[in-house]
Design a protein around this ligand. Structure first.
Ligand code: FAD
Length: 366
């Protein structure tokens, strides 16, 4: 605890998860919050973290899951409320399936707005059925700086630092402090934690400007789906049309390659143009080619609390590095492994982190 009776909370990681958790926790004046990370929100070209590269919208991924549904419902509503501010935009959406099935009661029908079953005339050639709705998207290059500015106005400090081990991370929070572990893929190589369930899903995308490509469309997405799920996401951008569009994508499990692939880019353009022929217009401008790694985890995202003793020595560190000045216990709340859904789960997951912190620090009230 610090001088003013505040509890020191260190958030390790400044991707969308670390920043959103810091935002939610900073509502409580009893918490003194510091964000520590190797990649900071201003590093919008860094492939060292996932958050600059997201679409970033709400898309249906895989099957119904009670926990992630809760996270996504909370986040969808939060993003929806950001529409008047211009930080988020709504877009009409069509999601297609290549096998015939009853789509009238898809698990997300009450999560999105204006859900409906598509008529045959709304389906691209070769796709069997689909659903339409309104979804919402943000754009990392404006969203991350916005949330950072909010944190600054709440007195949250943000420090650039690469941490080598779990013990070093826990020591940053100090005895009786709290560590939030929002390190994404970093959780795999944080010495002493070394969560080998964490793995990358490589993604490649193309950002274009063409006001006619203004509808979210995709064929089924998610880590369990095939490596070439196709998606088109309009997202807010301060140009004349108010948005640009991101075309994807690739879902390559366990591929750490962050280099650009011309073959992937050609495939993405071809598959997206089949869904939205306007992409082939002469007026389409290609603004950017991106490659990013989604920080996934076998068994799903880890949002969980545990107590760790400090000093917490690991054999790779000298005694000096491993020993903080005071001895005690640190509460660690993990929040990593969100894979392809870190934005769309961010506010709900951050709420769960908040309740884990509150209930572990005040067990009698829980
Ligand atoms: P990251 O953004 O990877 O941040 C990790 C943080 O931890 C960084 O600050 C890093 O520097 C820090 N860190 C790690 N190790 C250490 C260490 N040892 N010491 C100090 N700091 C450390 N999601 C959606 O919801 N919707 C989408 O439409 C969407 N589209 C996507 C498209 C693509 C092409 C890609 C690549 C991703 C997409 N995602 C999407 C997924 C989303 O980007 C991620 O789920 C999300 O960014 C993960 O955020 P994070 O904060 O957990 O991790």
């Amino acid at each position: 605890s610090s001088d003013a009776g505040q509890t020191q909370i260190v958030v390790l990681g400044a991707g969308v998860i670390g920043l959103t958790v810091a935002h939610v926790l900073s509502e409580n004046p009893k918490y003194k919050i510091k964000v520590v990370a190797r990649d900071l929100p201003e590093d919008l070209d860094s492939q060292g973290f996932a958050s600059p590269w997201a679409g970033a919208n709400w898309s249906p991924m895989g099957e119904y899951n009670e926990r992630t549904y809760r996270w996504e419902k909370t986040t969808f509503d939060k993003f929806w409320d950001m529409i008047p501010s211009g930080r988020a935009i709504a877009s009409p959406s069509r999601v297609f399936y290549d096998e015939g099935k009853d789509v009238s009661a898809m698990w997300f029908k009450d999560l999105v707005r204006e859900f409906r079953v598509l008529g045959a005339h709304e389906l691209p050639v070769g796709l069997k059925c689909g659903v339409g709705f309104q979804t919402v998207s943000v754009c990392p290059s404006f969203y991350l700086p916005w949330i950072t500015k909010e944190l600054a106005s709440r007195g949250v400090e943000i420090v650039r630092k690469r941490v080598a081990s779990y013990g070093e991370a826990a020591a940053l929070a100090g005895a009786n402090g709290v560590l939030i572990n929002a390190t994404g893929l970093g959780a795999r190589s944080l010495i002493g934690l070394e969560d080998k369930a964490v793995y990358p899903i490589r993604g490649q995308t193309i950002v274009i400007d063409n006001p006619k490509v203004n509808e979210f469309m995709c064929t089924e997405l998610g880590p369990d789906h095939h490596a070439e799920a196709t998606y088109i996401i309009p997202r807010p951008w301060p140009n004349a049309s108010g948005f640009t569009t991101i075309l994807g994508g690739k879902f390559e499990t366990d591929n750490w390659d962050t280099s650009f692939s011309a073959e992937d880019a050609r495939g993405i353009l071809k598959r997206c143009t089949a869904l939205a022929p306007a992409i082939a217009d002469k007026e389409t401008r290609i603004l950017k080619h991106n490659v990013g790694l989604r920080p996934a985890r076998r068994g799903g995202a880890r949002v969980e609390a545990e107590w760790v003793d400090v000093p917490c020595k690991t054999e790779w560190l000298t005694d000096e590095e491993a020993t903080p000045e005071t001895k005690g216990t640190v509460l660690v709340v993990h929040a990593y492994g969100f894979g392809p859904a870190g934005y769309q789960q961010s506010w709900g997951a951050a709420e769960e982190v908040r309740s884990l912190v509150d209930s572990h620090l005040n067990p009698n009230k829980a």
